[in-house]
Design a binder for this molecule. Structure first.
Ligand code: MSP
Length: 593
């Protein structure tokens, strides 16, 4: 039975009894065990980033794609800590005209360019703490085998035919474009040349005999899939856009190029004169990683979440599901879409020289600092603008001052001389709000704080589910501010441990603040893993007490024993997040390949 005080608290926070039982389970004392609900029936979940082109060095936009996937995957692992249940892949996209041309321009053999840039991505992801379980390169033999097998399945199902294909091709975007998506732009010499309306990249007219995929057959199946799965593409505006695209005619798609024109790729099985279209090649990476064509891949498919940028939505939300349906497989479970980073209001580009190098940023702002910045400021629905002052301001205010300051206030020797988690006194802070009595010290705002932190894990989980990680961080940050207000209101530094009147309340104030910090540390793990580890270690929270299932917030308030009460804090390891020097902001330049 739920205690009446808990029910009252829930009424105030707007949570119903039913949702409490469904979402948190019976062991819930405030924050509760969040279970992984929307994955495959055996609880497996497979996260992917796009595989990155190796024509140029990584920039912050690439890191952002990988960080979003990393945070989603880490949050999922917190809900269900068995590592066998999650898989997380990233990698490099190494074939195609774009890479072939980039290698020629750099005077390198394509393999040399691929090795060099793929290594840069691997290094960056390792430095940035991207917790991938697999890194795939499309030039690997296992991938060639998977792509050729997949091709064979489409062919055997009558979905490929040979025909004359004529149209505009954009090598930078590796896609065909209809006439309506091309415009003419004046060049430096006065002549105009054709470019893609969407990306502004040059296009050229191509006329070839190719293998063509019967994409037009899939318009209605795709519409049915999307209408029946309103969460398939998140956030919702992108789902809507794809359905709008599907209102229009869906022409068949050329899925090979003449090998004399495109030699850097996987040959069509049984026809060496043709090379497989790079997007078909690249998309199959998601299957290669999980062992396709061996049957083991079925235990991971379709429990898949693809994290992608908005520029590659059509490939993932139309071509890929159509290829999969064609091969007799299900479309992926979720496609999470994000927008782009611009720099000082402009699109990042090598030619403009405004590419922001992520490794410089990681060094300058620390790994956790830069991870926090990108995920706290990046809004999936809209483009975000990058500039250095913004990073310094955010990190100083939210990590150094608010969170670091709060930890310091509750653990500093002069306030907490015994360096323990003090006891919570129910007479000072009764679970019934509004009680009066000589020992009652808690005020209405303190109850508001408790209910805000109690519901925070659920709120955060919902934001992750809706791919609004910045909102999850905003909610944590707002609770940190509220907790600082709580400490400020009760000024523990003015209370005296020696006084029998003050001591129980002083202990309670610190206990509540430490409990809030424990929740913040637990919830920040997916975004700032090292900082969260430092925070939780300082609080004396052991590794087995850091999952969401173990997160019982303020149990003493709800009448349960608290395992932390009386426990010694962990060792002091210095400031949680060092304050950055505001004057040291500068314009970062990209690494050259
Ligand atoms: N190789 C393809 C993906 C194939 S997946 C089967 C590709 N590669 S990419 O290197 O151009 O882009 C990789 C990811 O980085 C995409 O999700 C893309 O949206 C993202 N970003 C590229 N520039 C970006 C920004 N400026 N900002 C945020 N993300 C950006 O497309």
């Amino acid at each position: 039975m739920l205690r009446p005080s808990v029910l009252r608290l829930l009424k105030r926070t707007g949570a119903s009894r039913l949702s409490l039982l469904e979402d948190f389970g019976p062991r819930y004392y405030g924050s509760g065990s969040l279970s992984a609900r929307d994955d495959a029936s055996d609880g497996r979940a497979y996260f992917t980033t796009p595989i990155f082109y190796v024509n140029a060095a990584p920039h912050i936009g690439h890191l952002y794609s990988a960080l979003l996937a990393d945070a989603l995957c880490r949050h999922r692992r917190l809900r269900s800590p068995s590592t066998a249940a999650t898989r997380f892949s990233t990698g490099t996209d190494e074939h195609g005209l774009k890479i072939q041309q980039a290698a020629a321009t750099a005077g390198l053999a394509p393999t040399e360019l691929c090795d060099r840039v793929s290594e840069q991505f691997q290094q960056l992801f390792q430095e940035a703490g991207i917790s991938c379980t697999d890194f795939i390169r499309t030039t690997e033999a296992r991938h060639r085998m998977a792509v050729q097998q997949f091709w064979g399945v489409l062919k055997s199902r009558g979905l490929l035919y040979k025909g004359l294909y004529e149209g505009w091709y954009c090598a930078s975007d590796e896609c065909f474009l209809p006439e309506a998506k091309v415009t003419w732009q004046p060049g430096p010499s006065g002549d105009s040349f054709p470019v893609s309306l969407e990306s502004g990249h040059p296009v050229s007219w191509t006329k070839e005999e190719n293998y063509i995929f019967r994409l037009s057959q899939f318009r209605e199946p795709l519409q049915r899939w999307l209408r029946g799965n309103p969460q398939a593409i998140t956030p919702e505006p992108f789902h809507h856009v794809v359905l709008q695209w599907l209102d229009e005619e869906l022409p068949d798609l050329s899925v090979s190029r003449r090998s004399s024109h495109l030699h850097w790729g996987i040959p069509v099985p049984g026809d060496d004169s043709q090379t497989i279209y790079v997007w078909l090649d690249a998309l199959v990476n998601y299957l290669t990683v999980i062992g396709y064509p061996n049957a083991e891949f079925k235990s991971w498919w379709p429990a898949t979440s693809h994290i992608i940028g908005k520029d590659i939505l059509k490939f993932h939300a139309i071509y890929w599901p159509a290829f999969l349906l064609g091969a007799g497989m299900s479309p992926p479970q979720r496609i999470y879409v994000h927008s782009h980073w611009t720099v000082c209001g402009q699109k990042m580009s090598k030619s403009l020289g405004n590419v922001v190098d992520p490794r410089t940023c990681l060094n300058r702002y620390t790994v956790d600092g830069f991870r926090y910045f990108l995920l706290r400021q990046g809004v999936p629905n809209w483009d975000c603008d990058y500039y250095d002052e913004k990073v310094v301001k955010l990190l100083n205010s939210e990590l150094a001052d608010a969170l670091g300051g709060l930890l310091n206030r509750c653990t500093a020797k002069r306030i907490n001389p015994s360096e323990t988690y003090p006891a919570f006194c129910t007479n000072c802070f009764p679970s019934e709000p509004g009680l009066v009595g000589p020992s009652v010290r808690a005020q209405a705002e303190d109850y508001a704080l408790v209910s805000a932190v109690a519901t925070l894990p659920k709120q955060v989980a919902d934001h992750y589910d809706n791919f609004q990680i910045y909102k999850a961080l905003e909610a944590v940050s707002s609770c940190v501010r509220q907790t600082n207000g709580f400490v400020q209101r009760h000024a523990p530094w003015k209370l005296n441990w020696e006084s029998p009147v003050d001591a129980p309340w002083l202990g309670t104030v610190l206990h509540v603040a430490l409990e809030c910090l424990r929740v913040f540390g637990t919830l920040l793990q997916p975004v700032t893993p090292s900082l969260a580890d430092k925070l939780l270690s300082r609080l004396g929270v052991s590794a087995s007490e850091r999952s969401l299932g173990e997160l019982y917030f303020l149990p003493r308030f709800y009448g349960h024993p608290c395992p932390f009460e009386g426990r010694r804090l962990g060792p002091e390891t210095g400031v949680l997040f060092p304050k950055l020097d505001q004057s040291r902001t500068w314009v970062v330049k990209a690494h050259r390949t």
